[in-house]
Design a protein around this ligand. Sequence first.
Ligand code: FE
Length: 176
Amino acid sequence: MTRRQFTVAGLGAAAAAAFSTAFGPDQNAATMLAKFTVSQGQPPTRADKVVKTDAEWKKILDADEYYILRESGTEIPRTGRWWNNKEKGTYHCAACALDLFQSDAKFESGTGWPSFTSAIGQDHVFAKGSTGFGYLQSEVVCNRCGGHLGHVFDDGPAPTGLRFCIDGNALDFVKA
Ligand code: FE
């Protein structure tokens, strides 16, 4: 093997290892995600669920909130609410006010979207979706109103290995 071949082979192995670390399925994360995923039924599953028509939602949500929560839109990174918020408090659904995420679980993901390692609980946040493309991606939905919040991935930090990547315009923040 020439020096050049050796270098190229080495780079290939390193790149493959990095790719596996960044995008490979994480068993711990998959186990954690199962806690937020219900295979039967569709959200909202809470007894106090909120059901409204599109016209009713349009009356109480602004255009940015409606686009995310009711049309499953995605805000442009660093343009929504809360991505850079570091205050202690609780993040609530902007549509139905259910508490969804705690500031203690928030971390700086570098994505420009508010990111959390966990949600308050399955009664609050519901993951819909499946594994695919060699990594896990599920839609995250409010379990009271069915509003779209963002997605969850299995490339997050400890302790869960999950990264709830949430549109800030779907959230209200209540300072502790
Ligand atoms: Fe909600």
